[in-house]
Structure formats: structure tokens, C-alpha cells
Write a protein that binds this ligand. Structure first.
Ligand code: G3I
Length: 340
């Protein structure tokens, strides 16, 4: 924390509608990020697809190296340099995620995908070397039952794609801290037990093979109104135990994308607020009791800009309201962090 009132780590995203006219709000956004937090994640634009899509060109199957020319780092450079100039760190997110892979990859053979993915990792990590020192290398490779999901990389390259990415990432920047990131894996013996076990087993397998991996990210997109086993929020003890067993593998563990939805909770506004506060507070406080735990990133900070509204429904899952005022959840997080 920069001072006793600040909270470590949040995500930041450049919001185009604000830059097009509402300078005051944009300034407020930037001011809060740089005064309340000490690390940022770029939510979307550092992914493979967004990095490449601004310079489209014809696909030339015989010379995949020409695809290198399509990278446009300007937007991310601006955000990264701004964060560094404010004394913040940047976590890179993410090198390999099937959801945001450029469309042309679908048309390539297994060997070409391998070549392109390796090139992407070297190009991107090389570009930010010295500025971004920690990376989410692979994101969301697991199916709900804890097995490897049959995504494009699995289909084209086979199950070894995960360790291959980590080895390439380590080669590209041997000093970088390398993380595997996933969702619904936050609690041991709780909701989504099979996936949480799959997460642990995947990490254990990588460590046993001496794959260069240093950390595990647990997203923590929580829904206080979850009613079935897939949706329920794990208990603080389940989260603590998950961190503990992963820590025993020699890895660090972070909470990587925390937010807490409340709109589906069947309760009064007051109870919704209390539930949100309690989840933020108790999960973070429990995580902090584990030595392996090394950071919290929220997925946004203001309810004005949250992926939840575009992907799910209206909600207020974060710790500042739409007018950039601190919410009770802000103080719940701060209280949990006060044990630091
Ligand atoms: O950049 C364009 C912008 O130019 C345009 O004006 C606007 C209008 O549609 O779209 C903008 O792009 C959107 C981008 O978010 C930035 O807001 C994309 O369409 C949209 O697909 C993208 O969604 C992001 C999504 O990942 C895909 O990258 C979300 O912001 C981001 O929160 C979400 O994050 C993921 C994590 O990476 C992994 N874990 C789950 C999490 C939530 O889905």
C-alpha cells in the first residue's frame, strides 16, 4: 500500500467512451487507480487477438512469420508506461487464452499453431521485457470436471501446450514470474470441488515435471446470490486450504480477478451490501493468513466499468460506485488488509 488508506492491486482498463469527451471522469479514474492501488492488469488489450487485430492482413499459410508485422503495441505501451510512471507494477494478462486468440489461428495446422504461439509469447514478452515482470501465461485451460478443456490449443497441439507455453515464456524472459490462472478453483473441498482439485493436480504435474512456473492465480469472480454448487462462493476456510496445498508445491498464489456480484441475492439492499462486504473481507483475510499468498487484483474498481454488466446483467460488484465514491466494500477490503 502507498499509505494506510490504499488497497494493493487492481485492474485498470482504458475506457474509450470516457476519453472521447468526459475528461474529468477519465482524470478521476486515473487518479483513483494511481492513488489507491499499486499494480494494474490490462483487462483486454494485452491479449493475443486485440494486440494483432488492429493491423489485419491476408493470411499467408506458407509464411506465418509475416504475421509478426500485425502487432500493434501502442495502446498497451501507453497504459503500461503510465502505470510505471506512477510507481505501479503491471501484471501481464494473458499470453495463451483460447477465447481471445486471433481468428487466423483456427485455420492453421498443429505445427503452425505451435510456431505462432511460441512467436506470440516471444514477441509480446520481449516487447515488454523490463517493464512487465509477471505474466499470466495460460488462462482457463480446465473444464468444469477438472480435466483439460478441449479448446483450440488442446485440439491443435495436444495436452502439452500448457507446459510448452511456460517453457517458452521462461526462455523469452528468464527473470519473469510466471503464473497459471483459472476460475472456479478458489476453494478446496467446496463448490466446484472437481475443478479445484483439477487445478491443484495440474499445478502439481507441472511442478513435478520441473516446468518453470512460479505462481497460481485464482480469479474469484464471486456471486453472492449463487444457489447451486457451481455458483456458490467458497468459504474462507476452503480458500485458505486451497492456497495452503498449492503453497506446499512451492508456488505462490494470488487472487487475480476478484469481484462480488450481489444482484441475484434474494434480499434487501442492506443485506446485499453486508453480504458483499463479508465476502470481500473474509476471503481476503483468510488468504492473507497463508504464507504462499502474494497479491490481490480486483477486476476493475468502479461499478461504472465492469465486465459483469456487458457479460451478465446490471450489478455493482466492485468497491467504488458509479460516481467513483468509496463503497462499504472498499472499507471491508481495507479492514482485511489492515492485518498486513
Ligand atoms: O476495445 C473495444 C472498443 O474499441 C469498442 O469500442 C468496444 C465496444 O464493443 O469493445 C471493446 O472491446 C471489448 C473489450 O472487452 C474492452 O472493453 C471487447 O469487445 C470485449 O470482448 C472485451 O471483453 C473482455 C473479455 O475478457 C475478453 O477479453 C472483458 O473486458 C474482460 O473483463 C474479460 O476478462 C476475463 C479475463 O480475461 C479472464 N477471466 C474472465 C474475465 C471475464 O470474462
Amino acid at each position: 500500500p502507498k499509505d494506510e488508506e490504499s488497497i494493493p492491486n487492481a485492474t485498470v482498463e482504458c475506457h474509450h467512451e470516457e476519453s472521447s469527451g468526459q475528461e474529468t471522469k477519465l482524470n478521476k479514474y486515473a487518479e483513483i487507480v494511481s492513488t489507491e492501488f499499486n499494480s494494474i492488469v490490462i483487462e483486454h488489450h494485452l491479449k493475443w487477438g486485440p494486440l494483432c487485430h488492429t493491423l489485419p492482413g491476408p493470411i499467408n499459410e506458407s509464411t506465418p512469420s509475416t504475421r509478426l508485422g500485425r502487432y500493434d503495441f501502442a495502446h498497451c505501451d501507453a497504459m503500461v508506461d503510465w502505470a510505471l510512471s506512477k510507481g505501479m507494477k503491471v501484471k501481464g494478462h494473458v499470453l495463451c487464452w483460447h477465447v481471445t486468440t486471433p481468428e487466423y489461428v483456427e485455420k492453421l495446422s498443429g505445427d503452425q499453431v505451435r510456431e505462432e504461439l511460441k512467436r506470440h509469447i516471444f514477441t509480446t514478452m520481449g516487447h515488454f521485457r523490463g517493464r512487465i515482470k509477471m505474466w499470466d501465461v495460460v488462462n482457463e485451460s480446465l473444464a468444469p470436471d477438472g480435466s483439460l478443456a478441449e479448446n483450440i490449443f488442446y485440439r491443435k497441439m495436444g495436452p502439452s501446450y500448457i507446459e510448452e507455453c511456460f517453457r517458452w515464456a521462461h526462455e523469452a524472459d528468464p527473470t519473469a514470474f510466471l503464473i497459471y490462472n483459472d476460475n472456479k478453483v478458489e476453494g478446496m473441498n467446496g463448490p466446484n470441488k472437481e475443478k479445484a482439485d483439477g487445478f491443484y493436480n495440474l499445478l502439481k504435474g507441472l511442478v513435478n515435471k520441473s516446468v518453470p512456473i512460479h505462481g497460481a492465480g485464482m480469479q474469484a469472480h464471486f456471486n453472492a446470490g449463487g444457489t447451486n454448487d457451481r455458483q456458490r462462493v467458497p468459504t474462507p476456510l476452503q480458500v485458505k486450504n486451497q492456497i495452503k496445498r498449492i503453497g506446499e508445491l512451492g508456488l505462490k498464489v494470488n487472487i487475480s480477478e476478484m469481484d462480488v456480484r450481489i444482484s441475484k441475492l434474494d434480499a434487501s439492499a442492506e443485506v446485499k451490501t453486508l453480504a458483499q462486504n463479508q465476502i470481500y473481507h473474509d476471503i481476503i483475510a483468510a488468504a492473507l493468513t497463508e504464507q504462499a499468498f502474494d497479491g490481490i487484483w480486483l477486476w476493475g474498481f468502479t461499478d461504472r466499468h465492469t465486465w459483469v454488466k456487458s457479460f451478465y446483467y446490471d450489478d455493482s460488484p466492485l468497491i467504488f460506485d458509479e460516481n467513483y465514491e468509496r463503497k462499504p466494500s472498499y472499507f471491508a477490503v481495507r479492514d482485511a488488509l489492515s492485518t498486513l
